[in-house]
Write a protein that binds this ligand. Structure first.
Ligand code: PGA
Length: 249
């Protein structure tokens, strides 16, 4: 797994046709980006088949935004790991704050999803982060430590070394109010420090990361890349962000 990683989280954006247009525009712009940097796009489920086909033979890996932990069954509206694998998915975002806030994602279900993904050989991108209220109350570290411990509960060291963590302060997501890079790096150091097996795991920053601010994040010791929402929707902007974030790599 690459140590430097940029993942585009498209959320509920782009049809299959729009996905194809993005990939056509995006791939030629990746020339010059160091080969060691991992690049992932995570489109909606309905665009995975198209993305898989369009990305074939490229360096860009495919991600999904959610998954169910059971292999099959009576779970209306859910998608299994096998269904994702059929479309070439290698990464799955788990525990995004929007899923926690609007769709009832719990630390317990995050843990079940992480376990199931690791069993299947996929890479979970485990998202944690504090609300504005928690930050203002001085509870940031306590919050993210509790989320990461619960997410990785019962998972062995060797498996932990196969996942990716994303620190996304909720107040910084989609607001243009990005977290101060030094403070993000500090929190990410705290996350890494609370579980010894996380020492070499990539930790991504997420929350209004842009081509203009990515270098300041990447200069931080504990920041290994980004989980990018808004700035990943435009091919030129996402390519510029990855370029600016890997300039010193
Ligand atoms: P943003 O989203 O880059 O639009 O702030 C990041 C995310 O939610 O993953």
């Amino acid at each position: 797994m690459p140590r430097t990683l940029f993942a585009g989280n498209w959320k509920m954006h782009k049809t299959a046709a729009e996905t194809r247009a993005f990939v056509t525009a995006f791939l030629p712009q990746l020339a010059g980006i160091p080969a060691g940097a991992g690049i992932v796009i995570a489109p909606p489920f309905t665009a995975l088949a198209t993305a898989h086909e369009a990305l074939d033979g490229s360096r860009v890996a495919l991600g999904a935004q959610n998954v169910h932990w059971e292999t099959q069954g009576a779970y209306t509206g859910e998608i299994s790991i096998g269904m994702l694998q059929e479309h070439g998915v290698h990464y799955v975002i788990v525990g995004h704050s929007e899923r926690r806030e609007y769709f009832g994602e719990l630390d317990r279900t995050v843990n079940l999803k992480v376990q199931a993904l690791l069993r299947a050989g996929l890479t979970p991108i485990v998202a944690v982060g504090e609300t504005l209220e928690e930050r203002q109350a001085g509870r940031t570290d306590e919050r993210v430590i509790s989320q990461i411990r619960e997410a990785l509960n019962g998972i062995g060291d060797r498996d932990i070394q196969r996942l990716v963590v994303a620190y996304e302060p909720i107040w910084a997501i989609g607001t243009g109010q990005n977290c101060d890079p030094a403070e993000a790096g500090r929190v990410m150091g705290t996350i890494r420090g609370c579980i010894p097996a996380l020492e070499d795991v990539p930790i991504l920053y997420g929350g209004s990361m842009k081509p203009e601010n990515v270098a300041a994040y990447m200069a931080q010791h504990h920041i290994n890349g980004g989980l990018v929402g808004g700035a990943s929707l435009d091919a030129t902007s996402f390519a510029a962000l990855i370029k600016n974030g890997t300039m010193d790599a």
